[in-house]
Write a protein that binds this ligand. Structure first.
Ligand SMILES: [Zn+2]
Length: 233
């Protein structure tokens, strides 16, 4: 019932104001978040709540399966506004285990229009299939959730917005995190990119944590981009 939400809202606004009388007056004047969050639209992963941040502290962009596509003007405009106008210092790409979008891409399940969007996640799966196919099904999904985050961190870092920011000497770092629905905890995937020079190296190392099948001695031509053959390590 919508009016329940409006009632909740009145209670929340009153409580906020009681705790901090200047809260809304300050926020109405300007926002100056230090953080940007790029996450999944899943209702169980609310950026502010799970990071303990108030309104005004994190600039948020969410879509199905936290994908950043180089031609997505919605995501790119949001990232540009965050970097060039708000001057955020940290951008977090946050996936989550148990992501229905990633699961659909992993299993090739048809869900509707989103199939076309999830094709980007499916591409991640194909690119790294030799690191995925030998894992048990449940582990494949969790691993693809992580790989998808790493790929999207790369996409943010390679966007003209971040490349230009770093060329200007602006301090802004892109991080990759995964959220656990079962324990409510965020995990840092340790793929932080904070200037153009780090992108290739971070990317090259990022996937080595997921071993390829043992009998695969060489590289996989599908695993292009910055991933370097690591002899099935
Ligand atoms: Zn999701």
């Amino acid at each position: 019932m919508p009016h329940r939400l409006l009632g909740n809202n009145r209670d929340w606004a009153a409580a906020k104001k009681a705790a901090d009388p200047g809260f809304f007056t300050r926020l109405a004047q300007q926002q100056s978040p230090r953080y940007m969050w790029i996450g999944c639209a899943d209702s169980r992963v609310p950026a502010n709540e799970i990071t303990g941040l108030d309104p005004g502290e994190v600039f948020v962009h969410r879509n199905v399966a936290n994908v950043v596509v180089h031609s997505d003007l919605n995501a790119l405009s949001t990232i540009q506004f965050a970097v060039e106008h708000l001057k955020v210092e940290h951008i977090f790409v946050v996936g989550h285990y148990g992501c229905a979008g990633v699961r659909a891409a992993m299993r090739g399940v048809r869900v509707g229009l989103a199939d076309n969007w999830l094709r980007h996640v499916h591409d991640v799966r194909l690119r790294h299939r030799k690191r995925l196919d030998h894992l048990p099904p449940e582990q494949q999904e969790d691993t693809l959730c992580e790989m998808n985050v790493i790929e999207q961190v790369g996409n943010v870092a390679l966007s003209t917005v971040l490349q230009d920011a770093w060329a200007r000497g602006q301090k802004v770092a892109v991080h990759g995190w995964v959220y656990g629905l079962r324990d409510g905890l965020l995990k840092d995937l340790d793929v932080t990119m904070d200037d153009s020079a780090t992108v290739v190296q971070v990317f090259a190392n990022a996937f080595k944590r997921y071993p390829r099948v043992a009998d695969d001695a060489g590289g996989d031509p599908a695993e292009e981009r910055f991933d370097t053959p690591d002899g099935g390590a």
